[in-house]
Design a protein around this ligand. Sequence first.
Ligand code: NDP
Length: 384
Amino acid sequence: MKRISLLGATGSVGTSTLDLVGRNPDRFCIEVLTAGKDWVRLAELAIAHRAKLAVIADEGSLAALQEALAHTDIAVAAGPAALVEAARRPADLVLAAIVGAAGLPPTLAALEAGIAVALANKEALVCAGGLMTATAARTGAALLPVDSEHNAIFQVLGAPETVAHITLTASGGPFRTLPLAEMARVTPAQAVKHPTWSMGAKISVDSATLMNKGLELIEAYHLFRVRPDQLRVLIHPQSLVHGLVEYIDGSVLAQLGPADMRVPIAHALAWPERIATPVTRLDLAAAGRLDFEAADRERFPALAIAEAALAAGGCRPCVLNAANEVAVAAFLEGRIGFLDIAIVVAETLDAVPAHCPQSLADVEAMDGAARRMAHSFAAHRAQA
Ligand code: NDP
């Protein structure tokens, strides 16, 4: 029986994870479930999955959550410090599925406690990849990729000295073929309508700008310990080939599967074993064709900005991520346009001084400075 602590239980990845946990009651049990604000859903899930502890990040929701769970023996806590405590609690696996840099402190706490982490929360690794991988190496905690592309690479990756290139595929998002002039007018509703994956709002917008693929390059850099120039992006609209590893002898190994997050989540949950999933099986004859094309960095400048941040290293990915979170939130709230997202990120990267974060406190200070700067650039664009 694997005890699972699930951070971000009410989200898209959280829901898929609980679907798999519920189908495998002989293999998995739930230790902790957490949410940001949605205490109603958290209480329902905690009861349904017999969690030992339910934690809500929003302290204002504590009383309501307590009341909802008063007739149970489920412990309740609230606030960012309680999230960190919950992640440290003994468990066999922490599945990190909080969205954004808010997921960093609890995810790092799990690694510090030597608990294996299945990581969906890519922003944590983008902000503090060096710190997280060093912590995992020190405590011996496994860091298992849940992101479909990284999980694909994890499944086909051989000895580092034999690897020539790693390629992450990208669907290209809802605006893959849209002319640049029309992108200025796209709405949040259009941007979150992903053609192949069903995901939370923030990652859906990131997929539409291709920032998601940039964040994933940084994630891959930390997970697979390759040089930035060994990492590539390939647009693949069908989202059936998730990642490819080219070896020094010219062989290319790829992982394929349906565009359903339950496949990589199941792999990470069961690793090093495998479990059955209820997903619709990949039918290549029905798919008919697999298309591939180069990414267009002129129409999708966020990808080039992220690649430059990866090449520059140090705190640049942390600043990039913070600015992107602020810009995406401003876009989703209708304050700035779609094309403004990359502009706000680029302006913030230019404005925030570079240094290399050494500790969680350094990362949080850098993240805060970048957010303040990005807010002011976003406000400026909102008035323009
Ligand atoms: P969702 O927006 O669907 O869910 C986010 C989860 O995080 C919710 O449980 C939410 O709680 C919680 N949360 C939000 N803000 C905070 C906070 N400040 N503190 C604590 N908890 C918070 O996101 P997704 O499931 O789509 O994505 C989660 C992560 O996984 C992201 O990093 C994303 O990039 C990554 N990922 C997602 C994929 C997908 O298919 N969705 C694929 C690959 C990676 P509440 O419901 O209360 O707001």
